[in-house]
Design a binder for this molecule. Structure first.
Ligand SMILES: [Zn+2]
Length: 314
């Protein structure tokens, strides 16, 4: 299993990053190969919905890496060797399902190499030059990362189903034992938000809870309107001002009404969805990641920093 791959244009990313790019643009840029020695890879779970983490593997019984190449950047091999000694990273699997573990910033291209083409492979010198020329910032082969909120929304739903099934086996619904088992499953899956370590149990917040002052994933159902140069979702529920408080405040999700021409296709689609919903007056189910501010007007306001952090369903 390899972490980094190169697409047909010579762009280098991790398998997770290629999955995000596919989810974001709808464009599949395979076939993929080793970015260093260009041995062919099979990609798994990048363009098809899958219960495993996206990854690359060698073609069974096909050719292997050239010389010293192991599919990893030179610097990463050094770092990984040290990390491995301290703690063997192991991805946790419940019922054969792998859950995304960290919401991270989208990575710029890690490298761009000129593909050899015509079944040629690079020379040994070139392989080593490439292995030293890749940006490994934030690359964690042992952690299933994504920069798209929707990845975690789907994973959260899947985990809730699993937790329910699991709890039903041990107790009758709405008993304390049922709740305890359910919670145990939800807490068993780590979910990191831009470096803050949490679990699937802590991250998702709805109107039954008061918004904490830290970035979380908020969810609700509301109506969209345009106000000046902003699109605003007004949530249908009022949210408790403080934990267990009976004082409730309105909750707004805010994003720019203007979108850049060069924005990814999925951002443009999301933007038109918002505009259409505003025009039609239809409610939307929303998920948004960010920090909620408590405005002077005694309202909760979540300003979305990137459209990757907003996910809408009708
Ligand atoms: Zn290789």
């Amino acid at each position: 299993m390899s972490g980094l791959g190169m697409d047909r244009h010579g762009l280098v990313h991790s398998a997770y990053e290629f999955k995000d790019i596919f989810d974001r643009t709808g464009e599949y840029t395979g076939p993929f190969c080793c970015p260093f020695c260009e041995v062919s890879y099979i990609d798994k779970c990048i363009k098809t919905p899958c219960v495993k983490a996206p990854h690359f593997s060698l073609v069974p019984n096909g050719p292997g890496h050239l010389g010293q190449c192991n599919g990893e950047p030179a610097r990463y091999s050094e770092i990984a060797a040290v990390v491995d000694e301290i703690k063997k990273p192991r991805r946790k699997v419940v019922g054969e399902i792998e859950f995304p573990e960290a919401l991270v910033a989208a990575s710029p291209v890690r490298a761009r190499f000129k593909k050899s083409g015509d079944g040629q492979r690079p020379l040994q010198d070139e392989v080593e030059r490439r292995r030293h020329g890749v940006d490994v910032t934030g690359f964690q082969a042992s952690k299933f990362t994504s920069s798209l909120l929707r990845t975690f929304v789907f994973a959260h739903r899947r985990l809730k189903e699993l937790a329910r099934e699991h709890a039903q086996k041990s107790a009758a619904p709405s008993t304390l034992e049922f709740k305890r088992t359910y919670r145990e499953v939800m807490e068993s899956k780590p979910l990191e938000l831009y470096g803050e370590r949490l679990t699937y149990n802590d991250v998702f917040i709805n109107s039954r809870l008061s918004p904490p002052g830290k970035p979380r994933i908020f969810q609700g159902r509301g109506w969209v309107g345009q106000e000046g140069d902003e699109l605003v979702i007004r949530d249908g529920d009022a949210w408790p001002e403080e934990p267990r408080s009976s004082v409730k405040l309105e909750f707004f999700v805010v994003t720019d009404a203007n979108i850049a021409e060069c924005a990814p296709r999925t951002h443009r689609q999301l933007h038109s969805k918002l505009v259409d919903a505003a025009r039609a007056g239809d409610p939307v189910h929303w998920h948004a990641f960010g920090s909620v501010l408590y405005s002077d007007a005694k309202q909760f306001v979540l300003r979305v920093m990137s459209l990757d952090h907003l996910f809408l369903e009708q």
